[in-house]
Design a protein around this ligand. Structure first.
Ligand code: NAD
Length: 277
């Protein structure tokens, strides 16, 4: 079984550097997909309240027979649950759906700066951490300005920021900020959501020359720049392929080829504009 390295978060907790994302996996297919992933060796699962599939994740983890502490579970606070009155209850509802006493990482899914509640919400997460309800707290889709506000107005630095990140949108400035402040970088849409990146001539060329697949080349690039990465698939062969990336390396010139794909182009919305609740 592939050995996945870990990244040590700023609170000492270790997160497997490769995990399994379950965005857009229908609730009734989630347990099967997560079971396939666990059998392939994944020990980190990324879900969210908004994905409506936490129950399937919990079923697969329970059914795996593995001790709970061998699988790292992340979920995210839904956009409609920001604020002092809702966030703590929303976590309890997640734990209930997952069938777990605690989770390893709880993220604010989007900052929603237009509603100006993320600082208040972060203080709730700080309290949940102090109460031992969760092992680590982090954010998602936070820009530098949002992280700086947390630094100025709250006590705990997020353990991790999960953001859109792939070769066409490598988030260099944000990654540098994370590096300087002890925040781990987690990449969502790591394969560019398979909307062209995996068909790019240079990615395909590298894949052919190394007898690997385009997805493996891109995931290996993420691993080598230090990202935590959470590709999603429901296809067993792809689930396996995406974790079989720890027995080869890209050399400096090959890393440069991937770096050359940067276009400064997002696939998803800008966090300052995304206001869906
Ligand atoms: P991704 O880059 O992981 O792409 C997923 C798509 O790529 C799949 O639907 C599949 O069609 C294809 N694919 C997967 N493996 C492949 C392979 N080996 N070969 C060819 N094609 C392959 O995009 P994503 O699902 O958007 O992101 C991954 C995870 O990140 C999500 O499942 C979710 O957990 C998380 N996420 C978080 C946010 C956020 O706002 N925090 C947003 C989007 C996604």
């Amino acid at each position: 079984m592939p050995h996945t390295p870990s990244v040590t978060l700023n609170n000492g907790v270790e997160i497997p550097q490769l995990g399994f994302g379950v965005f857009l996996i229908p609730p009734d297919e989630t347990a099967a997909a997560v079971t396939t992933a666990i059998e392939a060796g994944y020990r980190q699962i990324d879900t969210a309240q908004g994905y409506r599939n936490e129950k399937g994740v919990g079923e697969a983890v329970a059914g795996s027979g593995l001790p709970r502490d061998e699988i790292f579970i992340t979920t995210k606070l839904a956009n409609g649950q920001h604020g002092h009155d809702r966030a703590a209850a929303a976590l309890e509802a997640s734990l209930e759906r997952l069938g777990m006493d605690t989770i390893d990482l709880f993220l604010i899914h989007w900052p929603l700066p237009m509603f100006d509640r993320y600082v208040e919400t972060w203080r709730v997460l700080e309290q949940l951490l102090a109460d031992g309800r969760i092992r680590s707290i982090g954010v998602s889709n936070f820009e530098i300005e949002h992280l700086e506000r947390l630094a100025a107005e709250t006590d705990i630095t997020p353990a991790l920021n999960q953001v859109e990140l792939h070769p066409e949108f490598p988030q260099e400035e944000l990654r540098a900020y994370h590096g300087a402040h002890g925040i781990a970088t987690e990449a969502w849409g790591p394969l560019g959501q398979n909307r062209g990146l995996l068909d790019d001539d240079s990615v395909v060329g590298l894949a052919n020359s190394k007898d690997r697949t385009p997805a493996q080349i891109v995931l290996r690039w993420h691993i080598q720049i230090g990202n935590v990465v959470i590709p999603k698939s429901v296809t067993p062969q792809r689930i396996q392929e995406n974790i079989d990336i720890f027995d080869f390396e890209l050399d400096e010139a090959e890393m440069e080829v991937i770096a050359g794909l940067s276009r400064g182009r997002r696939l998803g919305p800008h966090p300052n504009e995304f206001d869906l609740v």
